[in-house]
Design a protein around this ligand. Structure first.
Ligand SMILES: *Cc1c(COP(=O)(O)O)cnc(C)c1O
Length: 397
């Protein structure tokens, strides 16, 4: 009986709307790319996680298309019943090889990888020490384990030391430091070298979710551990195939052999959810080939991010400093949320697609437009984006 629930839900929806938090989905009428069609017309796209431009890359699309003929459309099974094809195992081996770990295990998504990993590895005797800005899926995954929880201020190693001390004083058996490699609202890096030093001092494990880095951060695209020179000191890596690595879907945990073996036995989102679709597996393998065989994409992405940051600085915009292709353009103060929204709306009207974020997604007074560069952008695309920012600022004031 739906009954009174209808009115209650409608009231909640109204509250969301009145708080200005209602999310409306803009429809794209083309493949995901640097230039997309939208129902509002053609648009330059600066808000996808398509960092290397592989979402519509011909090699990736061809591999996925061929896989439909070779491997079929779907698996209709979880992995351990009859959902493991040769190529699923091949992708796990390739990921482990690429990331320099002993083994890896695929999940339907990185959300599921994070949802499954903590409960398996950490019980009531253990402690998890987590960065306050970690992704929602890490927060949920930690909640699903019975471990004691400690939270440290974003990338603050002094506070991390305090929390590790507290965890050890409470007598925890296993202790694990958990962090995003890159924080998605700020485009900032976790200080993994210092985190690994502290973890050694406190005999703690380190888990890094490298979703916004794998494929393009670090000399070989192996992510933040490579960038910070600690690839052999991070114990557990989680990440997504849904961003730089082709952008379809799927996630993974890459780690020591025993960790992966135990996850295969016990991780609930792995055991009780369907196997990654054959076309997605084949496309992801092709994406990994591209990432491993050439640094062209990474270099183009780096050039675009540096060009955008430089031009925006020159134009007098307030950027969070850094080098990552996530570039937050800040609109501080009480009026910032409105300014950011008005500017993003004006830019969309000019055919440049960017998104404004304000409270509660980011702290009060720290509204921003988050720009995401891609290797698929041309220099002209980047310049058009900057010009659109300037024109919007002039128009909106
Ligand atoms: C995008 C993202 C995820 C979710 O990845 P999916 O594969 O889309 O579920 C998890 N963690 C972080 C840090 C992310 O940025």
């Amino acid at each position: 009986m739906y009954g009174a629930v209808k009115d209650q839900l409608a009231a909640t929806l109204r509250e969301i709307e009145e708080a200005g938090l209602y999310k409306r989905e803009r429809e794209i009428t083309t493949p995901q790319a640097a230039h997309v069609g939208t129902t509002a017309g053609e648009s330059l796209n600066f808000c996808a996680n398509n960092y290397l431009g592989l979402a519509d890359h011909p090699d990736v699309v061809a591999a996925s298309r061929d896989a439909l003929d070779t491997w079929g459309f779907g698996m209709a099974s979880v992995r351990f019943i009859c959902g493991t094809q040769t190529q699923h195992t091949a992708l796990e081996e390739r990921l482990a090889q690429f990331l320099g770990t002993e083994a890896s295990i695929l999940f339907p998504s990185c959300f599921d990888a994070n949802g499954g990993v903590f409960e398996v590895l950490f019980g009531a005797e253990d402690a998890i020490v987590s960065d306050e800005l970690n992704h929602a899926s890490i927060i949920d995954g930690i909640r699903l384990s019975k471990a004691a929880r400690y939270r440290y201020r974003n990338a603050d190693t002094a506070d991390l030391r305090t929390q590790l001390t507290a965890a050890r004083e409470a007598g925890a058996r296993r202790v694990c430091v958990v962090t995003d490699g890159v924080f998605s609202m700020d485009g900032s890096y976790a200080p993994l070298d210092e985190i690994c030093d502290l973890a050694d001092e406190f005999e703690a494990m380190v888990l890094v979710d490298d979703s916004h880095a794998v494929g393009f951060v670090g000399e070989g695209g192996r992510g933040t551990p490579e960038r910070f020179g600690v690839a052999d000191r991070v114990d557990v890596l989680t990440g997504t195939l849904g961003k730089a690595l082709g952008g379809a879907s799927g996630g993974y945990v890459a780690s020591h052999r025993e960790v992966v073996d135990l996850l295969r036995q016990r991780a609930r989102p792995y055991l009780f959810s369907n196997s990654v679709a054959p076309g997605t597996v084949a496309g992801s393998l092709a994406a990994l080939d591209l990432v491993a065989s050439s640094s062209d994409g990474r270099e183009a992405l780096e050039r675009n991010a540096a060009l955008f940051r430089g031009l925006m600085d020159d134009a007098g915009f307030d950027l969070l400093p850094g080098s990552h292709p996530i570039v937050p353009v800040m609109f501080p103060g009480d009026d910032g949320a409105r300014q950011a929204t008005d500017i993003a709306d004006h830019m969309l009207g000019q055919g440049v697609y960017v998104i404004a974020f304000s409270y509660p997604v980011v702290p009060k007074g720290k509204a921003r437009i988050r720009v995401q560069l891609s290797a698929a952008h041309t220099e002209d695309d980047v310049r058009r984006c900057v010009d659109a920012f300037v024109a919007a600022r002039d128009a909106v004031g």
